[in-house]
Design a protein around this ligand. Structure first.
Ligand code: F6R
Length: 602
């Protein structure tokens, strides 16, 4: 979601803020803004759309003032349309605030403040924070007390940075639910803030990943926390892991091509000659466990459904999967013989994080499968298994998914091994297949070229059905999600055998069916399902190693000897196809409309 940054120090404040926002932009790009403050002057710049609009505005402003401190924001709109007026920082009479999260009780607070004469200009929830602060500041004449009283009144999830002409040397900060990091800079008197660690790497001596309910006030004299007992200083990697496009047209394209390499990292040290090992936990983890519950959102949820087939098939353990936003409010029955696994690329998705906290509160053992070390979920879960995909910048997730599936497949095998429920031969087959995953994820020129050529046939029509069975059903869901996200075309993933229970009524030549037809899993069954659709004139694009007469279009995958290898080959085809369709439609592949990389609001 939104990204926030803050800076106190002698370097050019606006440059530090803009550099920081660049690192966070992929999280939200509806608008961006900064507020800059010194003893004499407060200036604010806001611009709609991508960060370069803001940069341009600042560059053409000829503002040569040197500012002591500043705060910045890149927005993914929650309350109020993406307009300049709704862009952060939000202003009262003499103070500014940036905010990541949602203030749930903003309507009551707004009514109360209006009754005290405060005037609001935006439709956002955030604006109440700065008015509430000024309401208290006007009567208490103490910025710190006013800020503490303000955060006491806020409900929801938020991390905030606030500056005010009433105390021009300070940045006030608070975290409740949304991530925030505070850091000492390399130079004397420097303090930095960011909602994730990327903007801070290389600029800081030491950092605190704030815990919930942690806040304080910073100045060039240092950082004072309201409650020191929650504070733990740590460090960041000293060099920045820059994500660059490296000659690819888009981050998404680079990340698709990278999958073959990064899954090798995912398996490193975990895939042994005859077995699977995880340093992150040991066999005691599964003692007393009769069931696994997986919880996640979006693409990570699809990895979870895939894993549920593997846990039941390989480890013979009952496994259910829940969408985190549903799970949280369904009053789930949680028993201590359940192992709770959350899956998240970012480790920050609000619903998944809250689901994890709920499970922990109920005494369940928990694991997070995550790509970002030191993220909120890795700090909450009992065990963190990192997917090691490297920074994923494309908003449409690609390598995060393949690495998640590989980790979960290995976990299923680890449990199978501990429970001794797989024959030696079956285990050998699985381990052999795992070793072949990197080659299955290689992007072949001919396949990429084919998706490029086919993409022009699939720009219109009244919808897409991606169909598959078994693990190819969650793969179908993932293929449909990728297409929706970046092409803005309507697509659904469906279990192939379920089409005749309703959706087949939609079949006509303008309905495009993308059929996942692996050789090694229920081929005859899916073939019949596709035939049924073809008989009703749906346009069929078959993805399979085996040629299929009734297909209007055919993307041939390599013959493999394990269905999971077919799964990864088809995954690459689906990712490329959606990317090429998006390119032809002229869309922004890496930053599709209305989306943001990490969803830190529920
Ligand atoms: C889709 C996509 C989203 C995320 C979802 C969960 O391409 O990226 O659906 O998968 O928002 O995010 P994480 O995995 O960070 O919890």
């Amino acid at each position: 979601m939104c990204g926030i940054v803050g800076y106190i120090g002698k370097q050019k404040t606006v440059n530090i803020l803009l550099d920081g926002l660049k690192e966070l932009e992929y999280r939200g790009y509806d608008s961006a803004g900064v507020a800059l403050l010194n003893q004499n002057k407060i200036s604010v710049y806001k611009a709609l759309g991508k960060l370069n609009n803001l940069e341009e505005k600042i560059n053409t402003s000829n503002d040569n003032e040197s500012y002591d401190l500043g705060i910045g924001h890149t927005r993914w709109a929650t309350h109020g349309k993406p307009t300049e007026l709704n862009a952060h920082p939000h202003l009262g009479e003499y103070s500014y605030v940036v905010h990541n999260g949602i203030i749930e009780n903003y309507k009551e607070l707004k009514d109360e403040l209006i009754s005290h004469g405060h005037k609001f200009v935006s439709q956002t929830d955030t604006e109440v924070i700065v008015h509430l602060f000024e309401y208290y500041q006007n009567s208490l004449n103490s910025c710190q007390e006013a800020f503490e009283k303000t955060v006491e009144r806020l409900e929801g999830a938020y991390s905030i940075l606030l500056i005010s002409k009433a105390c021009p040397e300070n940045i006030f900060f608070f975290k409740h639910g949304s991530p925030l990091i505070v850091a000492h800079g390399m130079n004397e008197g420097e303090v930095l803030f960011a909602s994730s660690d990327a903007p801070l790497i290389g600029l800081c001596k030491d950092v605190v990943y704030l815990e919930d309910e942690c806040g304080g006030v910073a100045s060039k004299e240092g950082i004072v926390f309201f409650d020191e007992s929650q504070v733990q200083w740590g460090s960041l990697p000293s060099s920045k892991q820059f994500a660059q496009k490296e000659g690819y047209r888009f981050f998404m394209e680079k990340e698709i091509y990278e999958q073959s390499n990064v899954v090798s990292d995912t398996m490193l040290g975990r895939l042994q000659d005859q077995s699977i090992t995880f340093d992150e936990f040991d066999a005691s983890l599964i003692q007393g466990i009769n069931e696994i519950k997986i919880c996640a959102c979006g693409t990570s949820y699809h990895a979870g459904i895939t894993a549920s087939y593997l846990f039941e098939r390989l480890a013979k353990v009952k496994c259910s999967v829940e969408i985190a936003s549903e799970f949280r409010y369904k009053e789930p029955l949680l028993t201590k013989d359940t192992l709770f696994i959350v899956i998240s690329q970012s480790g920050e998705t609000a619903d998944t994080l809250e689901a994890l906290k709920m499970a922990k509160k109920n005494g369940l053992k928990s694991i997070v499968v995550c790509n970002v070390d030191n993220s909120s979920m890795t700090r909450v879960a009992d065990h963190s298994v990192l997917t090691r995909a490297g920074i994923e910048k494309g908003v449409a997730s690609t390598k995060a998914f393949s690495t998640q599936v590989v980790v979960l497949w290995m976990m299923a095998l680890y449990f199978a091994q501990q429970k001794k429920v797989l024959s030696q031969e079956a285990m050998h087959t699985e381990l052999h297949a795992l070793r072949e995953v990197p080659s299955s994820l290689l992007v072949l020129d001919k396949v990429h070229e084919k998706t490029r050529r086919l993409s022009k046939r699939y720009l219109h029509g009244h919808g897409f059905f991606f169909i598959g069975r078994d693990v190819f059903f969650p793969l179908a869901l993932e293929g449909a999600l990728k297409l929706k996200e970046i092409s803005y075309l309507h697509a659904e993933g469906y279990p192939a055998g379920e089409m005749k229970h309703g959706p087949i009524a939609l079949a006509d030549p303008e309905l495009f069916t993308i059929a996942l037809m692996p050789q090694h899993l229920l081929y005859d069954k899916i073939k019949s399902n596709v035939e049924e659709l073809s008989a009703r004139d749906s346009t069929i694009c078959a993805i399979s190693p085996l040629s299929f007469d009734l297909a209007d279009d055919f993307i041939q995958t390599n013959v493999k000897d394990h269905y999971m290898l077919e799964f990864f080959e088809m995954l690459v085809v689906l990712q490329l196809l959606s990317m090429e369709i998006s390119v032809r439609l002229g869309n922004d592949v890496d930053m599709p409309r209305n989306l943001a990389k990490s969803v830190t609001v529920e």
